[in-house]
Unconditional design. Structure first.
Length: 143
């Protein structure tokens, strides 16, 4: 199996960036809005991902097009799109890769130069979410 680089961690949980673990969990458990088999048309260097879903061509966006291409090359060519959760699933031989996608390249937000920092409330606004250990969260709320 071909090598797929590590996940690009830019610190954003906004559409097209890192999939938040809650988003991934809810998407994988959503039986009312399951992923729909899709066909890859093209992945561009600017992050634009062109797929065909139910005979419609969609242009999506992801901040790490090179990793997406590697995952597709390492897999069996099967992908599926879950618009409710903004997730693109890339299926491989015994594994799957999950990519958060923006529904339009025109609405993309560039990765920040440095990962966002701040209180949980500030991170909700600036980064679209956060993940911290419970003990760390307690310390932040007490200070």
């Amino acid at each position: 199996m071909k090598e797929v680089r590590s996940l690009k961690r830019c610190g954003l949980f906004k559409p097209g960036h890192e999939a938040h673990w809650i988003q991934a969990l809810r998407g994988s458990n959503d039986r009312d809005n399951p992923p729909v088999r899709s066909y890859l048309i093209e992945v561009r260097d600017d992050g634009t991902v062109v797929i065909e879903v139910e005979q419609k061509e969609l242009r999506l966006w992801n901040h790490d097009p090179h990793r997406l291409t590697e995952a597709i090359d390492a897999g069996d060519g099967e992908i599926s799109y879950q618009p409710r959760w903004g997730l693109l699933w890339v299926h491989g031989q015994g594994s799957s890769y999950l990519f958060c996608v923006a529904k339009s390249p025109e609405n993309r937000i560039p990765c920040p130069i440095e990962n966002p920092i701040g209180t949980p409330f500030e991170l909700l606004k600036s980064a679209g979410g956060f993940t911290v250990a419970v003990d760390e969260l307690k310390n932040q709320l007490e200070n």
